[in-house]
Design a protein around this ligand. Structure first.
Ligand code: GDP
Length: 301
């Protein structure tokens, strides 16, 4: 889609620009060529293993079809990327028919958690769903205030207590309010300070327990928000949260702010947690469902 194309402008300019330049200026397909291609692919952050797979496949094609002109390789590289990256399943949000769907948002401070909650609220509202927000990051007054701003901006209710209150108590309140208001979706913010991993995980687990006690089977989604511009840091956070926070999907934000958009592929592939949504800007509508084919299409077309 056009949105994807615009949002990926930096990645396109850097990665695709460099690759096209290589394909058009190469005299022949030799070891130097493969080395340069490898470097370019690696610089996009799609992951070393994936890069090696792509290079191997390209080598085989060149041999089998006796390709001499590098320009002919572009469609082959795109095709191989699509094949190797594969289709990504399970990107749909796990909605409950005729019941309250509870989505918990986790992630480290600054990655774009609050903004993502605002964007999700906007998206669901556009689908005629009734949304309630829970201000579960009670550690930062600013987080509560910011969530209130987004609730006003998107026209959805927010349930909040004062700074320092028990996040589990906020969740309890929010669930009852959401039920009483016959809401379709409850989106829960959580604390994101990672200075003490054990505390954070304990707090999250307590929040999950309260939610699960009020609504068996909930939370229905735990979405981990990661900042694409932080590259390997994002990968590390994904591992930490993925192991102990029961993450069901990833939201990768700020994809518009990086030339290394390939990280979206590496995360999905290496962690086996589906990237469900991507952030492509700061506005309410700058959230897109992630689709590998559309992503690659947007990069190269
Ligand atoms: P939180 O601390 O995780 O809640 O982070 P915020 O939601 O406050 O976001 C931190 C900053 O990142 C804010 O300035 C947001 O406007 C910005 N931001 C969030 N998502 C995106 C995105 O997808 N693209 C861009 N360019 N900026 C974003």
């Amino acid at each position: 889609s056009q949105k994807f194309k615009d949002g990926l402008a930096k990645t396109r300019d850097s990665f695709v620009g460099k690759m096209e330049d290589l394909l058009y200026r190469s005299k022949g397909i030799d070891e130097d060529f493969y080395e340069e291609l490898e470097e370019i692919l690696i610089s996009s952050d799609i992951g070393v293993a994936t890069v090696m797979d792509i290079i191997d496949e390209v080598r085989t094609e060149v041999k089998e079809n006796r390709i001499k002109d590098a320009k002919e390789l572009q469609p082959i590289i795109i095709e191989k990327m699509k094949e190797i990256l594969g289709k990504q399943e399970d990107i749909a949000i796990n909605f409950q028919e005729n019941d309250l769907t509870v989505i918990v948002i986790v992630g480290v401070n600054g990655v774009g958690k609050t903004t993502t909650i605002g964007k999700l609220a906007h998206k669901f509202k556009q689908q005629d769903l009734k949304v309630v927000l829970a201000a579960g990051d009670t550690f930062r007054a600013a987080a509560i205030d910011q969530l209130k701003v987004w609730s006003q901006r998107t026209g959805v209710d927010v349930i909040a207590q004062q700074e320092g209150s028990d996040p589990a108590a906020v969740m309890y309140d929010a669930i009852h309010a959401a039920k009483a208001r016959k809401a379709d979706v409850l989106i829960c913010d959580t604390a994101g300070r990672l200075h003490n991993k054990t505390n954070l995980m304990n707090e999250l687990n307590k929040v999950y327990r309260v939610i699960g006690k009020e609504i068996p089977g909930a939370p229905h989604e735990v979405l981990l928000v990661l900042d694409a511009t932080t590259g390997q840091n994002a990968m590390q956070q994904a591992k930490t949260f993925g192991e102990s926070a029961g993450v069901t999907g990833i939201v990768l934000t700020k994809l518009d702010g990086t030339a290394k958009g390939g990280i979206v592929i590496a995360i999905g592939k290496e962690l086996k947690i589906p990237v469900k949504l991507v952030g492509l800007g700061e506005k309410a509508e700058d959230l897109q469902e992630f689709n590998q084919d559309t992503f690659i299409e947007a990069l190269f077309s």
